[in-house]
Design a protein. Sequence first.
Length: 308
Amino acid sequence: MPRYSLVVPAYNEEKALPLFYEAVVPVMESLNEEFEIIFVNDGSRDATKEILAELAAKDKRVKVCNFSRNFGQQAALLCGFEEAKGEAVIAMDADLQDPPEVALQMIEKWKEGYDVVHGRRRRRKGETAFKKATASFFYRFMRKITSLDMPADVGDFKLYDRKAVDAIVSLGEHDRLLRAQVTWVGFKQTIIEFDRPERVAGETHYTLKKMVRLAESGVFPNSDYPLTLPLKLGIAGGFLSVLCFIVFIVLACCKVGFGGLVAWLFPTITLAASVALACHGLSNIYLSMIYREVQNRPKYIVAEKINL
């Protein structure tokens, strides 16, 4: 039985995978303890599947799950968690932006008694200013509108104790953001800071659309703030309407022409309609998530397993 399980999602990482394997194996072997590496091929369209098969053939510690199609990174991580047998599970990227040496520091913290060890990115090389700014905003926004005290500037590079993994796997949501769920399940947590290097090969697969979808999976399942926002806006709008009505009466009594005030009527109505549509849209997002939950489809489909 391995003591450590490395869970590595892979999507079109044919260039990075051999480099990752050569870098991580010596680091893990230095512990002189049993480990396994679980690669989850998230429907790659390049030679990722073939390369993983070659690695698994020469090293039985390499385990592979091949998805039937692309289900996303969060589904790939969840699959790895469900397959992991280790006492401690480390989630990391295949592009070596999560340095294997930092995993050793996480293991030391785990041995000190911590159940979850986050990797905080002190510096992020190779990332655009836009991505850094949006990531920073997201974490602060999450802490603002949810009850979750999510640590800022952390991704999915973490070590989880077995009980934390079991708690996360037991959660039933289909729309998942694991870095939010690990905060929700609690346990004793700490942070290790590191400088995140550039990718060793290939290109990032996180498009703006995927980042927005990921943000939705973090915000809406973990906060009812968007549902209460229409009520707050409605109350504020009601007070504003009463105030405007009083102003109109005062101006009328003072015989002040309000042709200029009437000119504001159209943009005011347009603004009110836009707010109403936006609030309706927020409610539809929740309805969409409820619909997916009611369908109860599997979160992913594994087409093939190797060494598992």
